[in-house]
Design a protein around this ligand. Structure first.
Ligand code: CU
Length: 155
């Protein structure tokens, strides 16, 4: 147990290092899942954004393992990650169900979500196998005109 905890702490350090050094979407293979990390950032006028502002997912390569989104909130306010049309896969009363992605992350907190890839795949089929875009933002601190970030799912 100790070993597991220590090794995942190492992974977190590696992700943060990548985020700082490249400023680009952080993706890493944990060995059993594809993990994509988002970080909340406070901006002007009491607003907040989730970074990176754009994530590109390729169904052909990124759907081989479970897809996990991680949300880091290093700020002193609670933020919410909301992405209309995107679903997460959760276990409820022993059943695997899908529910819309709307995740609350407390100050200095971290949450994870297993994204429902089947829903993404059927969204892609619905648009003829092309590209699907999902918007994401914090509904608590979103500017009126702000479309938010986007997750682009392509082939
Ligand atoms: Cu917020």
């Amino acid at each position: 147990m100790n070993w597991v905890r220590r090794s995942s702490a190492h992974l977190v350090v590696i992700y943060l290092g990548l985020a700082v050094s490249t400023g680009s979407p952080v993706m890493a293979l944990t060995g059993w899942a594809k993990e994509i990390a988002f970080v909340a950032r406070d901006v002007e006028d009491q607003q907040a954004v989730w970074l990176p502002g754009e994530i590109i997912i390729h169904r052909s390569t990124d759907f081989r393992e479970p897809l996990i989104f991680r949300f880091d909130n290093p700020t002193v306010r609670t933020h919410v990650f909301e992405a209309p049309g995107l679903f997460e896969s959760v276990e409820e009363n022993g059943l695997q169900i899908a529910r819309p992605v709307r995740i609350t992350i407390p100050p200095e907190g971290t949450e994870q979500s297993v994204i429902d890839r089947n829903r993404m795949a059927s969204d892609a089929i619905a648009v003829g196998g092309g590209t699907v875009t999902y918007r994401f933002y914090c509904p608590l601190h979103r500017a009126d005109a702000d479309l938010g970030g986007r997750i682009v799912v392509g082939q």
